[in-house]
Structures are given as structure tokens and as C-alpha cells.
Design a protein around this ligand. Structure first.
Ligand code: ADE
Length: 216
């Protein structure tokens, strides 16, 4: 991590200094053997736009793997299964993850075949590049790494645990703009509150995510 990146991260408020998570960046352009420093080329067989060429990307990955042979290589692309909370939890146990962010129209398929362990989409829409997708995945994984969240209990009652969306939550004041919080929440009967929250979670899931509700 160079000084400039470190400063940038400090400015963005990302704590990378305590050793729980380390983030580094590699630029495939630093690895290109092209005399014009190119990392892209026209698609063969037709198609609009450019693709990331195999050589700079493969050499970047080979360099990473020579130092960290267990690196788990992930490519962010809309042409993949959707990234889920289960993936975030699973990947939080990996020691080293490489998130490849594609640019242009994507990357040469042979890189995926040769080096990529998993591919993920973050949704059915097209981003200009994979960077934002990588950042989303990085954040979702990081908060499942032990010690990153102040309170590990907050991981247990979150949306997508048991395929359910989380029940509505409230804080002070008890009445705000004439709206009261659900009165049962105030009565202190925890088993009753747990039952009620499960019922509300089921309602929310059925309404917003019928696809998830079918799994419950
Ligand atoms: N790159 C471009 N669009 C993407 C998406 N929806 N998910 C992951 N990577 C992407």
C-alpha cells in the first residue's frame, strides 16, 4: 500500500491499520508488456467495445499468487450468480481474496477459465466498471470478519439470517411526529417480542421479497 493510497483510505475513514483487514491495489497496467501500455484490445468475432487483454491481468494474478499461493480469485461481472450474505460469511474465512474489477466490456474468457475461482454479480444491472461491485463485496465480507464489528451480536439478527428480512426497529423517542413505536416492544416480555419480531419479519419478507419467503 503506497503512501498516497493510505492517505486516501484514511480520508475515506476505512480503518486498515489494525491488522484485521488489509487492502491493497494492483493495476494491470503496471504489468502490461505492450509498448503503448495498453491493457485492452478489440473483441475478436465482433461485438462493440474493448476487452481487457489476458496478458496484463494474468501476469498481475501470477505475481499475487507467487507471494500468496492460497489467494482466492473472484471476478465481479453481471454474467454470474448473485452475491449473497452466505457468500459474504463464507469468504470472510478466506485469508486472501483478490477481487478483479473489469473495465470496458469485461475480460478475456480465458482468464476466467485459467485463474478465477468464483464469479459474482451484485445485481441485474450493468455498472461502468467492476470497482463498485468489488467495494460492495469487500464491505459485505469485511463486516463478517471477527472483530470488525463492535458487537458480534449485530450479525446474528440481520436481514437474510434464516432467509428473512429483518423486523422493523425503533429507537428513542417513543413517539415521533405522532407515530408511536410498536407498543409490545416497550413491555419487556422478551419471548413475546421475539415471536412478534419473527411475525413481522415474515410479513416484510412476504411483501418485499416473495422469492425469499418461498424458502422459509
Ligand atoms: N460489473 C458490471 N456490472 C456488474 C454487476 N452488476 N455485478 C458485478 N460486476 C459488474
Amino acid at each position: 500500500m503506497n503512501e498516497q493510497n493510505n492517505d486516501l483510505f484514511k480520508k475515506l475513514g476505512v480503518d486498515i491499520g489494525d491488522g484485521k483487514i488489509n487492502i491493497d491495489f494492483k493495476n494491470p497496467r503496471d504489468y502490461t508488456t505492450d509498448k503503448h501500455n495498453r491493457v485492452d484490445a478489440a473483441m475478436i468475432g465482433g461485438g462493440a467495445g474493448m476487452l481487457m487483454s489476458p496478458q496484463p491481468l494474468m501476469d498481475t494474478l501470477k505475481d499475487i499468487k507467487s507471494k500468496s499461493p492460497n489467494a482466492h480469485i473472484v471476478f465481479m461481472t453481471p454474467v454470474a450468480k448473485r452475491f449473497t450474505q452466505n457468500d459474504a460469511k463464507r469468504l470472510a474465512n478466506k485469508e486472501y481474496i483478490v477481487l478483479i474489477s473489469g473495465r470496458y466490456e469485461g475480460i478475456d474468457e480465458r482468464v476466467i477459465e485459467l485463474e478465477v475461482d468464483e464469479v459474482f454479480s451484485i445485481g441485474d444491472f450493468i455498472l461502468t466498471g467492476g470497482e463498485l461491485a468489488s467495494m460492495v463485496v469487500c464491505d459485505a465480507i469485511s463486516r463478517n470478519v471477527s472483530g470488525v464489528l463492535g458487537n458480534n451480536a449485530s450479525l446474528e439478527v440481520e436481514s437474510f439470517e434464516d432467509s428473512l428480512l429483518e423486523a422493523p426497529s425503533f429507537t428513542k423517542p417513543n413517539i415521533y411526529e405522532n407515530k408511536a413505536i410498536i407498543s409490545e416492544y416497550l413491555k419487556g416480555n422478551h419471548s413475546k417480542i421475539t415471536d412478534l419480531k419473527r411475525g413481522l419479519a415474515l410479513c416484510k419478507t412476504k411483501f418485499f421479497r416473495p422469492d425469499l419467503y418461498k424458502k422459509v
